[in-house]
Write a protein of this length. Structure first.
Length: 178
């Protein structure tokens, strides 16, 4: 059985680190540029990631081992879904759905009216997951990848509370995308 563990204090840093490094090792192409920046991160950097009061950090655990993770942040009423990863050993069992829903529910509680994410265009399983939850492409590019292409920027309204904010040019997420 998989348990979702919300890490709300810096004490969970070692679990977050284990999950994040497993994700980076399993799917480096899904997290462009993140491997180098986090692989050598010290304890202070990992702890600091978890004390951000505007963020949600969730690790999925099975038999004491991390098998998934996701991060959510809110900035100016917009929630961002970051770093979703599911271990190959549990893929196809609905964990990705659970992680997406966890961030969306949290974002609504934070007062966000829409949620955005960036995804590598060639990541077909991730695109299918997000589209299945109602995310649509904005037609704008997200963060630039090392090869010069931009990630796909997708979004979804969380509540019918007025129009969604238009996106201008490249997404400018002030939080780390890693």
């Amino acid at each position: 059985m998989v348990e979702l563990v919300e890490l709300d204090r810096a004490d969970g840093w070692s679990l977050w680190r284990a999950a994040r490094l497993a994700a980076l090792a399993d799917a480096p192409d899904a997290f462009p540029g993140a491997s180098a920046g986090w692989a050598d991160g010290g304890e202070t950097r990992w702890r600091d990631r978890l004390i951000d009061p505007t963020a949600l950090n969730v690790v999925a655990v099975q038999e004491g081992m991390p098998v998934g993770l996701v991060r959510g942040v809110v900035e100016d009423g917009c929630a961002w879904l970051h770093s979703l990863w599911v271990s190959p050993q549990v893929r196809g069992q609905g964990l990705g759905d659970q992680l997406v829903i966890a961030v969306e529910k949290w974002a609504v509680r934070q007062g966000a009216t829409y949620i955005r994410l960036e995804v590598v265009s060639g990541n077909a399983p991730a695109l299918a997951l997000y589209r299945g939850h109602g995310y649509v492409s904005t037609g704008k590019l997200g963060e630039l990848l090392p090869d010069g292409d931009g990630q796909l920027l997708m979004e979804k309204p969380l509540r019918a509370v007025g129009p969604m904010s238009p996106i201008q040019g490249h997404a400018q997420d002030p939080r780390s995308r890693t």
